[in-house]
Design a protein around this ligand. Structure first.
Ligand code: ADP
Length: 266
């Protein structure tokens, strides 16, 4: 590692690795391959991309995709200003022009026409055609396309088309192993390891519950939130009820069942 790489690492936000994903991402970057990250919400996908961007010394442009997100939102549009019509780059065009990492979070939420603009960028061509201006932006080596989605609460209509997904190197994330997750809770919430240990044990028990109508189970993010509330002075049970139980469900009976696990474990 040379001096500038070391400096980048020092500035990178904390990220605890799960299973070789750092090296994989670096190789993908060097090979100019786009990356697709799959995993449940709150398991570290965004933090990983932030960490990697800093580590590689690339600016990061993040777009949270939603069902109204159109191709023009990503690529850009003409705006009417005082001097007449001017072209305004969208975040994807800005990332291509500046050689940044463009991260499209929850990409399956976006409208279908948006994934089509990704295709020529995500294969060997690495170009972004901007129809409205007639430009063809060629991505510099520093540009990288990263997308993520959560396969858990996804219906068939919302999965990525094979023609899209086969352009990406895929990384599958799960919740971190217990020792890694303990380290994350300690680092992110500034709590004692003993408290982190209890919260991770609780998480494992809650993740084993399958007979309740939960869309998602407790994530690392929720554990960090609970730990932060405790660090700030709230009793453990109160913190867990707000940051974990009530965050996971609106259903009274399910909440009561989760609460039972909290009381039994803590
Ligand atoms: P996702 O993008 O998968 O929904 P995030 O990356 O936003 O999840 O993670 C949520 C929070 O959980 C982060 O802000 C961080 O506090 C913590 N976290 C989860 N995984 C890690 C990890 N591997 N290293 C460091 N922090 C993590």
């Amino acid at each position: 590692m040379d001096h500038s790489e070391q400096q980048h690492l020092v500035n990178a936000p904390f990220y605890a690795e799960q299973a070789g994903e750092v090296a994989l991402f670096e190789h993908a970057f060097r090979q100019r391959l786009p990356v697709l990250i799959k995993g449940p919400t709150g398991c570290g996908k965004t933090r990983f991309v932030e960490h990697m961007a800093a580590r590689l010394g690339r600016p990061l442009i993040t777009v949270s995709c939603h069902d109204d997100l159109s191709a023009a939102d990503l690529v850009g549009r003409h705006l009417i200003g005082e001097q007449g019509t001017v072209w305004a780059d969208g975040p994807l065009a800005r990332a291509v022009r500046s050689g940044a990492i463009c991260y499209l979070d929850e990409v399956v939420e976006a409208r279908k026409d948006t994934t089509v603009v990704l295709h020529p960028l995500a294969d060997d061509r690495r170009v972004l055609p901007i129809e409205r201006t007639g430009e063809q932006l060629v991505a510099p080596p520093g540009f990288m396309l990263v997308v993520s989605y959560n396969p858990g609460y996804q219906n068939l209509l919302k999965s990525l088309k094979p023609s899209t997904r086969q352009r990406f190197v895929a990384l599958t994330f799960g919740y971190p192993a217990p020792d890694v997750e303990r380290g994350i809770v300690v680092a992110e919430a500034g709590v004692e390891p003993a408290l982190a240990e209890r919260l991770v044990t609780l998480a494992q028990a809650l993740r084993r519950l399958t007979d309740h109508d939960l869309e998602e189970t407790v994530s690392t993010r929720l554990l960090v939130m609970a730990a932060r509330l405790v660090a700030s002075g709230l009793p453990l049970h109160v913190a867990c009820r707000s940051a974990i139980v009530d965050a996971l469900t609106d259903d009274f009976e399910t909440a009561a069942a989760l609460d039972e696990v909290v009381v039994a474990i803590l």
